[in-house]
Design a protein. Structure first.
Length: 289
């Protein structure tokens, strides 16, 4: 296996003199990436393990597939967010098959977080390239082409994509494809696990999915069905958890008030219909029967 990159960590045997002469900005430096040849070697090893994991998944050996996917992730260069997001999404799929809902949610979330980082980095890179191109054009003294009134009315000529633009568009499509898979997997796991928080999270995931144009007809049908079924489930879970919470608070209050010969029944919350606010009324004998 190829050696690990320099991460900028301090040698425990480093002398005081060495520390004193160290660059004060050293700690703020971003860890270095692998050299191209080393990166290719690690990525190749990761892809080999991923292929083994895919075969295990196809054979319904999901536990073994998880292990192999995790091995693939461990050797994949840490900064290759797309490749790592694919592996995490596949791990989520394995956990779904095993009905390990919490683990599936975590793996799918890790995948989505990686894609978020990637999209943010690529957006920044695109902006930087556009600024660079604009600056170069200004320095070269390129003047804006004067378009005749007749040409303005006609349809603009189709602009041919550059190789960089084609690659960027393809990467964007790949990111959307993996994002859709990860969101579908997390939404299902949240729905299966249940509870107010998870059901509300599943609703949010399905709402995002409903805006995506790259879903298959089968997935879109699932999304539409879940957006009909989840709201009443979420509301019921909310009411149940709120009732349980108030019950626990009431028990706590009764424990505090008992030494004084009181209970929470001596207090009643009354809503002011005009303002929508609440006031507390005290009754020595508790609520009237």
């Amino acid at each position: 296996m190829a050696s690990l990159p320099n991460t900028g960590e301090t040698d425990p045997n480093q002398t005081k003199a060495d520390t004193e002469t160290q660059d004060p900005n050293e700690e703020s430096k971003v860890p270095e990436k692998f050299p191209p040849e080393e990166e290719a070697s690690l990525l190749g090893e990761s892809n080999d393990k991923k292929s083994e994991a895919n075969a295990l998944f196809s054979s319904a050996k999901y536990e073994n597939a998880i292990t192999k996917y995790e091995e693939a992730a461990s050797v994949c260069p840490y900064y290759l967010d797309y490749e790592l997001s694919v592996l995490k999404s596949n791990i989520a799929a394995c956990h779904l098959k095993l009905e390990q809902w919490k683990e599936a949610i975590k793996a799918a979330t890790d995948s989505i977080d990686g894609l978020d980082r990637l999209e943010k980095a690529e957006a920044a890179q695109k902006e930087s390239e556009e600024k660079k191109q604009k600056k170069e054009a200004e320095e070269d003294g390129i003047e804006e082409e004067i378009v005749s009134s007749g040409a303005q009315k006609s349809a603009p000529a189709a602009k041919e994509e550059t190789s960089a633009e084609v690659a960027r568009r393809k990467r964007h499509e790949d990111i959307l494809r993996i994002r859709a898979k990860a969101l579908m997997r997390r939404a299902r796991a949240r729905s299966e696990l249940g509870g107010w928080s998870n059901l509300a999270g599943a609703e949010e995931d399905y709402k995002v999915l409903s805006t995506m144009t790259n879903l298959s007809p089968a997935d879109r049908k699932i999304v539409q069905a879940q957006l009909r079924l989840l709201p009443p489930r979420t509301k019921a879970a909310q009411e149940k958890e709120m009732s349980e919470m108030w019950g626990k608070l009431k028990d706590l209050g009764n424990g505090i008030l008992k030494p004084f010969g009181l209970s929470t029944d001596n207090f009643k919350m009354v809503k002011d219909e005009k303002t929508g606010g609440y006031s507390m009324n005290f009754s020595q004998n508790g609520p009237s029967q």
